[in-house]
Structure formats: C-alpha cells, structure tokens
Design a protein around this ligand. Sequence first.
Ligand code: NAP
Ligand code: FE
Length: 367
Amino acid sequence: MENYSFFMPTKVIHGEKALFDKTEEIAALGQRCLIITGRSSARLSGALDDVVKILNAGKITYKHFDGVENNPSLTNVGRGGEMAREFQPDFIIAIGGGSPLDAAKAVAVLATNDIEPKQLYTNKFDHLPLSIIAVPTTAGTGSEVTPYSILTDPKLETKKSFTVPELFPKIAILDWRYTESLPINITRDTAVDALSHLVEGYLSKRATGMSDVFAKSGIELWGACKKALTTGTLTSTERDNLLVSSALGGMTISHTGTTLVHALGYSLTYYHDMPHGRANGVLMAEYLRFTEKDAPGRVKAVLDLLNLPNIDAFQVLMDDLVGKTPHLSQGEVSAYAERAMQTRNVEYSRGDVTKAVLENILKESQG
Ligand code: NAP
Ligand code: FE
C-alpha cells in the first residue's frame, strides 16, 4: 500500500448560473474587488456581466484590469500588481482562460508583497496572497483548481511556474455557458490541454491511487466528447463534460505535476507561437509510444478510456484536432530538448528520459 496525501481546498461550484448560487460567500470576501481579465473574452462569454451584477448587488466596489496577454509575462502581471497595490482590493475575481487565471494568482501575491515580479519564482512570500474566485471561460487548463501560475520569462526564453499552496483559488465557478463563445480552434486547443493534464498526470511517476481516480474519470468524460470536438459541433452536455474534465485534469496535476510533454511544448509556444494546448497535443502520440515501453498497462488504460484501439488511432485524433509539430531545424530540436531536460517535468516522466529521447519525440511528431 502506498503513502500519499491529497489536498484540494478550492470550493467548486458547478452548473448553469453557478455564480448566482453562492453570492453571500462572494460578498463575505470583502468590500473591494479587482476583476482580472484578458482583452475581450470575459465580455464575449457573458461572465463579466454576471460578475458585475453580483458585485453591484452586494455593493462591492470594483476595478477592472483587462490587460492580461495570452501566456502572460512577468512584465504583464507586474502591471496588474501595480493596479492592485494602488486599489487595495480585498479579493480578486479572475475571468478567462488560463492566462487571466494564472495572471490573477501572480497579482494576488504582488498585491500583498512588495517584491519584483521575477521574485515570484522564489515561491517564498512574507504575506498571504489575496483570495481568488476563478471563473474559467476555456475548458482546458484547470487553473481554477490548481496552485500553479505559469508565467513567461523573456530572460529565460521560456515559461516557468511558481506555486504556493495558498494559490489554490477559494472558489471555482464551472458554468459551461461561458465556453459557448469560444471559436472551434480554441475549443480544440484548450480541450487537448485538458486531456494532456489527465494523461500526463495518469502516466506520471507521481501518480497516486487518489490522483488516478480524478485522471481516469476525466479521460473517460473527455473521450465521450471526441467526436463532437472533431466535427466542431458541441452540445451543452459536451461543453459541460469538457469543463468538468478540465477541472479534473487540474486536480490531477495539482498532485502529479505535468511531464515531458509540457516541458517540450513550452518551447513550441515560446518560439513558434503555438497555443499552449496545441503545443502539447502535437507531441502526445509520440509520448505515448515512448511511455508504452515502461508502462504498457497504463497506456492501454488511457486508450481504453478514450475508446480508441491503439496509439495510431490516438495519433489520427490528435492530427485532426491540432495538427503536427512544425518543421524544426536540428539546432532547434537540440535546444528545445536541452531546455526541457532542465525541468522537473522530465523527472516526473516514466521511462529513461534522455536528451536523445526528447529529440526523437520532437522529430517524429513533425508533419
Ligand atoms: P488563454 O491564453 O487564456 O486564452 C486563449 C484565447 O482564447 C485568448 O485570445 C482569449 O481571449 C480567448 N478566449 C478565452 N475564453 C474565451 C471565450 N469563452 N470566448 C472567446 N474567446 C475566449 O488560453 P488557455 O489555453 O485557457 O490558457 C493558456 C495559459 O494557461 C498558458 O499560459 C498556460 O501555460 C497556462 N496553463 C496553466 C495551468 C495551471 O495549472 N495554472 C495549466 C495549464 C496551462 P482574451 O485574451 O480576450 O482573454
Ligand atoms: Fe497545460
């Protein structure tokens, strides 16, 4: 019998109009709220309107930082931090995909600690971060239930996460309606990110009996949506399933972390501007082929849960949803593999992961 612990302190409120279910709990967080969003999705999705209604009803004063970029940088979250220090909010409501949700975690720390954004990576803060209510509008990152914030550091030329347990949002609102405005390409990219969390978590060396429960039910729910993702027509039930599977993926990686797929994918995003989920998806079939040698039973379980006969069928699905890795020069392949080798994600991967293995995954996944 293995020893493990499980910690997931976020209150998840799920369902249509879930935001209106616990308004008294939101009001209890304070009288001043900083809303953090990207440029347009919070409005487009209808979530911002709902949040503002609740804040107005509770007579909560608010300010809106709507400048979060995709894959937010240290400089970007620094600007949010400045607004927070001026406004002195009691809590934060973050609305959007993983980018605004992760940025909000950084701002929650910068609001209460007099530090430079780059010091976020130290994971040591004198004061507790502000409480966050997370309202996801993509079904992908699961950031609403993780203690991670992933920020782009142009000096390191990659993305890097910081984490403290207090970064788990206080409340996560899972309302599928906010994902309805997503264009199909972002629906697919983000869904594939959710799948990569579930699969990487399940295949991680750090997987436990408890994380497996979340990973396996998430993969199964996701699998029920694969046809809809391919055709591009999703029902409300499928959108809801994807949002729940994304949260299950977040709960999984909160305990296991991600693996070599994410470590390599960061370079595809940084240097080739590939959306985060797509950058994982193009690598996943090769990752399964590599991991199968070490953990055939687990890889088979993933395929069974997805109702796919073999890795080739998985490859066809990923090709349909996200395409292939772009052509990379030998220099790029070597540099990205080298960078990934320096991450903990690689340590968490099963099998004997060497630089040559990572180079092979990058090469074999190209179109
Ligand atoms: P995103 O970068 O947050 O958003 C991608 C695009 O989708 C943006 O242009 C956004 O518009 C738009 N969008 C979002 N919701 C929409 C909606 N409902 N309708 C229409 N457009 C919408 O994408 P993401 O994949 O969700 O997040 C990626 C980030 O999360 C990366 O930085 C990644 O590293 C991070 N991540 C974090 C974790 C974690 O545990 N914390 C895990 C995995 C990934 P706006 O710009 O207007 O918002
Ligand atoms: Fe991810």
